[in-house]
Design a protein around this ligand. Structure first.
Ligand SMILES: Cc1cc2nc3c(=O)[nH]c(=O)nc-3n(C[C@H](O)[C@H](O)[C@H](O)COP(=O)(O)OP(=O)(O)OC[C@H]3O[C@@H](n4cnc5c(N)ncnc54)[C@H](O)[C@@H]3O)c2cc1C
Length: 236
């Protein structure tokens, strides 16, 4: 029966994919442009990378341009990344280029997956796993489970590196600070990650294994730091 075959095809291959990704080099929380660009370069460098986004359609804040006008403006400094992702772009003014935000977001996702990263949508990361005082993975649950407030246990995914790509809220950095440091966590940059809140620019390093750099992969228009993070990640 075709109906059964379709169901089996989805179920069996999905769980194979999930099982393959239970032990990672890098877990990326958040599927916005920052996280996707990180996923692409890390996967391309041969690391086992999975990205978890709570939404049905990853892409973060990039789909809608500004006020849902689906164009984005990027700075010259990021043009190498744009070319690497083969995104159509036009010069607008000196040092500025414009691109279609839908094409750009889908191109980022397409190339990240083709480079070998696995994207899990509808996954919310609730917490990180600590082993020997070192961040060693993420605790995940279905977004609808959390949204409905259902009493369902999460699952654990181990990772050598956890990257916070959750955008403005720096959710993972804030969760680490709240759950594991009782509130404040002072970082190298002097930025304080406070209870329940992220911070604007963030760099943290805990026992040399957790490196969170919120702000590095902001939308191209704002920043040219798209390559900073993957170059600075130390995989142990
Ligand atoms: C009002 C407003 C105006 C802005 N204007 C500009 C602008 O003009 N230029 C510009 O460059 N930028 C602008 N930004 C910022 C823009 O949103 C970011 O530059 C860009 O989207 C940041 O990309 P990101 O990947 O860091 O985060 P985001 O695009 O925000 O992506 C974060 C992703 O993480 C996911 N996520 C969050 N928490 C979790 C979790 N616990 N588990 C799983 N997934 C999670 C979210 O679903 C989301 O997909 C604006 C933002 C706002 C709010």
């Amino acid at each position: 029966m075709i109906e059964t075959k379709v169901s089996k095809g989805i179920i069996s291959t999905y769980f194979e994919k999930l099982e393959r990704n239970l032990d990672l080099d890098v877990a990326i929380v958040g599927g916005g442009p920052s996280g996707i660009v990180a996923a692409y370069y890390l996967a391309k460098a041969g690391l086992k990378v999975a990205q978890f986004d709570r939404k049905l359609a990853p892409g973060g804040g990039m789909w809608g341009g500004a006020m849902m006008f689906n164009q984005i403006v990027i700075q010259e400094e990021a043009i190498d990344i744009v070319k690497e992702f083969n995104i159509n772009h036009e010069k607008y003014e000196d040092g500025l280029y414009v691109m279609d935000s839908v094409e750009s977001t889908s191109a980022l996702l397409y190339h990240a997956v083709h480079a070998g990263a696995t994207v899990f949508n509808c996954y919310s990361v609730e917490d990180v796993i600590f082993k020997n005082n070192t961040v060693s993975g993420v605790v995940v649950n279905w977004t609808p489970v959390l949204r409905e407030g259902m009493h369902v246990d999460p699952l654990n995914i181990l990772a050598k590196i956890v990257i916070d790509g959750t955008g403005h809220d720096s959710e993972i950095a804030a969760t680490v600070a709240r759950n594991h440091f009782g509130g404040n966590w002072r970082t190298f940059t002097g930025c304080n990650c406070r209870r329940g809140r992220g911070c604007k620019r963030y760099e943290g390093n805990l026992s040399g294994t957790l490196r969170l750099r919120y702000g590095c992969f902001r939308r191209f228009g704002h920043s040219a730091y798209g390559t900073d993070l993957w170059r600075n990640v130390d995989v142990r």
